[in-house]
Design a protein around this ligand. Structure first.
Ligand SMILES: [Zn+2]
Length: 295
C-alpha cells in the first residue's frame, strides 16, 4: 500500500511513487523556509507543492540519481549538499566513475542517468556539513554527517519535532547499500550506530518503509545485522576457494538473479567486492592461486 503524505507541523513526509522504491525516493518538505529535500518522490505532488507553497531551496542527502530526478522543476533555486558529495553533480563522467562503471555498462548507465533521471550538471550554491545547526523560527535543523553509503551522506534532525530523516539508511529488509567506489562498510556501521544514538521519536526513511514511530530498536538491529549475515554467507561459501566470478554468480546478497539483470548483476558484484576487501583487511580470508579462501 502506498503510504500517505504525513505532516508533523511544518515538516512534511512526501511519499515517493511505488512506496519510494528505486528509481523513486521519499522527499521531505519544510514548510515556511520552503525547502525540499531529495526531490525524486512524485513529480505531480512536487509541482503542486512548488506552485502552492513555494520552493526556495533544494537540499540533497547525497549524490545518488534516485534522489535528484526532479531537480529541474525548481529552476535555479539554491542547491545544497555536503561538499564531499558534490563532484558527481557537476559532471556525469565523475558520477559514472564514482559508481565504478566500466564499458559496456557505462554507456547504458550514462543514457539512463541523463534521460530517466534528467541529469543536468549543477554546482551547489553552498554546502551543508556535519554539525551545522540551521534555525528557521520554530524549526531547527541539525545536519548529521552519516558517511558510508556515500562519503558525504547526510541525515537531518528536526529538533523541535523530534524527527530524524535518515536518508538512504532506509531500514529496508534488503539492508544497506555500500557498493560505490567510495562507499565503506565500516563507515556504514559507524553511521548506523551514530544515527541510532541520536534522540528522536519519529524516523523518516529515503525509501520504502517511510515513517517509523515504533519498534525502531528491532528495525535498527535487523538492518545492521544484514551486513553481518552477508559476511557470514560469503565466508561459508569460501570454505572452498572461489573466484570473484563464482562468488558473484552465486547471488549470495540478492539471493537470486533479478530483473533488470544488468542492474542487479552490477549491485551483486559491487557489494560482494566490498565484502571481499573487508574480509581480506580483517585477515579472515586470503588469496590462494587467484581464488579467495577462508584463512
Ligand atoms: Zn543512495
Amino acid at each position: 500500500m502506498q503510504p500517505d503524505e504525513k505532516h508533523f507541523g511544518p515538516v512534511w513526509f512526501i511519499p515517493g511513487v511505488k512506496r519510494g522504491r528505486y528509481p523513486y525516493c521519499n522527499s521531505v518538505y519544510i514548510q515556511g523556509p520552503g525547502i525540499i529535500i531529495d526531490p525524486a518522490s512524485d513529480e505531480d505532488r512536487l509541482r503542486e507543492i512548488r506552485d502552492q507553497e513555494g520552493i526556495q531551496e533544494v537540499w540533497l542527502s547525497h549524490w545518488h540519481e534516485d534522489h535528484f530526478t526532479y531537480l529541474d522543476l525548481f529552476g535555479d533555486v539554491p542547491l545544497r549538499i555536503c561538499r564531499k558529495d558534490a563532484p558527481p553533480l557537476s559532471d556525469i563522467g565523475v558520477l559514472l566513475d564514482w559508481y565504478n562503471l566500466k564499458d559496456p555498462h557505462r554507456n547504458h548507465w550514462r543514457k539512463l542517468i541523463e534521460e530517466t533521471f534528467r541529469f543536468r550538471p549543477r554546482n551547489p550554491t553552498s554546502f551543508l556539513e556535519d554539525g551545522d545547526v540551521i534555525p528557521f523560527g520554530n524549526i531547527t535543523v541539525e545536519i548529521i554527517g552519516a558517511p558510508g553509503h556515500t562519503p558525504g551522506h547526510l541525515s537531518f534532525l528536526f529538533r523541535e519535532q523530534g524527527i530524524l530523516f535518515l536518508g538512504d539508511y532506509d531500514m529496508t529488509s534488503f539492508g544497506p547499500w555500500y557498493g560505490d567506489l567510495y562507499s565503506s562498510i565500516e563507515e556504514t556501521t559507524d553511521s548506523l550506530r551514530r544515527l541510532r544514538a541520536t534522540p528522536a521519536d519519529i524516523w523518516f526513511t529515503g525509501h520504502d518503509t517511510g515513517v517509523i514511530t515504533d519498534n525502531e530498536d528491532q528495525l535498527w538491529r535487523q538492518y545492521e545485522n544484514v551486513i553481518y549475515q552477508r559476511e557470514e554467507k560469503i565466508l561459508s561459501f569460501l570454505a572452498t576457494p572461489r573466484s570473484i566470478t563464482e562468488i558473484v554468480q552465486s547471488w549470495l546478497i540478492y539471493g537470486k538473479p533479478r530483473e533488470p539483470l544488468a542492474f542487479f548483476e552490477f549491485g551483486e558484484h559491487a557489494l560482494t567486492v566490498k565484502h571481499i576487501d573487508w574480509l581480506l583487511k580483517k585477515g579472515l580470508i586470503e588469496i590462494v592461486d587467484g581464488k579467495f579462501a577462508r584463512a
